[in-house]
Ligand binder design. Structure first.
Ligand SMILES: CC/C=C\C/C=C\C/C=C\CC/C=C/CC(=O)SCCNC(=O)CCNC(=O)[C@H](O)C(C)(C)COP(=O)(O)OP(=O)(O)OC[C@H]1O[C@@H](n2cnc3c(N)ncnc32)[C@H](O)[C@@H]1OP(=O)(O)O
Length: 292
């Protein structure tokens, strides 16, 4: 176990020289794919950006995707964008969560890069001063649910899609920052009930416990409601809004700022263990069987 911790620290410290952690875009070691995995469309009248995840088939969160997402958020902040609406180009999947291929049979240093990129990109989305809305137009399991929870408001297309932190069903554990996001939305009681059973909620159930804020019947309506939510802030001074958001989200921000390396070490430790690797193998086989 200590060996894993040391080698993870070694990779990061070798690359960055200290305990200070890298920004979301600094890990870009490979040439980027010329086709964007994320499309950004800024409305010239309102200044609101629609950020469409476009990584077929199921928008899995892997290192290139997360790097691109981190870069998009940075760019939108620089351009003082008035709002960010996160949605998917798929008709049935918002995001399938973390890309299991980033963890399955992956060397420890690759896992470390992946997780650090996830941590940084999550923190950028979670704490951005830009008003954020998830227009959830498909299934959102695990990391897909985390993405939605990191936004300030969630509009979900119902009734056929599902959302939730299903990690325990796969034999893994949602890290504390996933849990904090869930607790902020639904409270401690519903969080414990949901996470211990790995429950996936139907859109209606999600609305009933406050996991999503609004149900609509199609993507167009979801986008329209997302724009309406962002318009609420037209007359609110941005700095007052941003600081209030930071205060409200202090627990998650503090967790990540203070525990980033510990969280990374735990992840690499758990994900590279033989039992987790076996779990992933079986899960991947089941997914493949289902799709053939
Ligand atoms: C499972 C991990 C086990 C152990 C890890 C151990 C330790 C880690 C410690 C902590 C990490 C904790 C955090 C985890 C958060 C996560 O996000 S884990 C990922 C959880 N995701 C899911 O459970 C979703 C799985 N996918 C689905 O249920 C369905 O794909 C979905 C309902 C989203 C869409 O269904 P459908 O439209 O029918 O598509 P297919 O199922 O046919 O999928 C299309 C192809 O995509 C591949 N695929 C799907 N999801 C993933 C994924 N998350 N990672 C990689 N690949 C995925 C699928 O195999 C198909 O591939 P193919 O076309 O057959 O090649």
């Amino acid at each position: 176990m200590a060996g894993i911790y040391r080698s993870t620290r070694y990779v990061l410290q070798n690359a960055f020289g200290s305990r200070s952690l890298p920004g979301a875009v600094r890990f870009y070691s490979q040439k980027p794919d010329p086709a964007p995995l994320i499309n950004v469309d800024v409305d010239s009248k309102t200044g609101v950006a629609t950020v469409t995840m476009n990584s077929p088939p199921v928008n899995t969160l892997n290192t290139p995707f997360l790097n691109e997402m981190g870069g998009v958020i940075k760019e939108l902040e620089k351009n003082k964008t008035r709002g960010l609406i996160l949605t998917s180009s798929s008709n049935s999947v918002f995001s399938a969560g973390l890309d299991i291929m980033e963890m399955y049979k992956a060397p420890r240093d690759q896992m470390a890069v992946f997780w650090t990129t996830l941590q940084n990109t999550w923190l950028s989305l979670y704490r951005t001063g830009i008003p954020t809305v998830a227009a959830i137009n498909g299934h959102a399991p695990a990391g897909g649910c985390l993405l939605a929870l990191s936004c300030e408001y969630r509009v979900m297309v119902g009734p056929k899609f599902t959302i939730g932190l299903n990690e325990t069903q796969l034999g893994i554990v949602a890290p504390p920052w996933f849990l904090i996001c869930m607790r902020e939305a639904v409270g401690p009681r519903q969080t414990e009930l949901a996470l211990t059973s790995g429950k996936m909620f139907t859109a209606t159930e999600a609305l009933n416990i406050g996991l999503v804020d609004q149900l609509v019947s199609n993507k167009e309506e979801a986008l329209a409601e997302a724009h309406k939510f962002i318009a609420r802030f037209a007359k609110i001074p941005p700095l007052a809004r941003k600081l209030t958001k930071e205060f409200t989200r202090q627990e998650g921000i503090k967790y990540m700022e203070e525990k980033m390396l510990d969280d990374l070490e735990t992840f690499v430790d758990v994900a590279s263990s033989p039992s987790a690797q076996k779990g992933m193998e079986m899960y991947l086989e089941a997914l493949k069987k289902k799709s053939t």
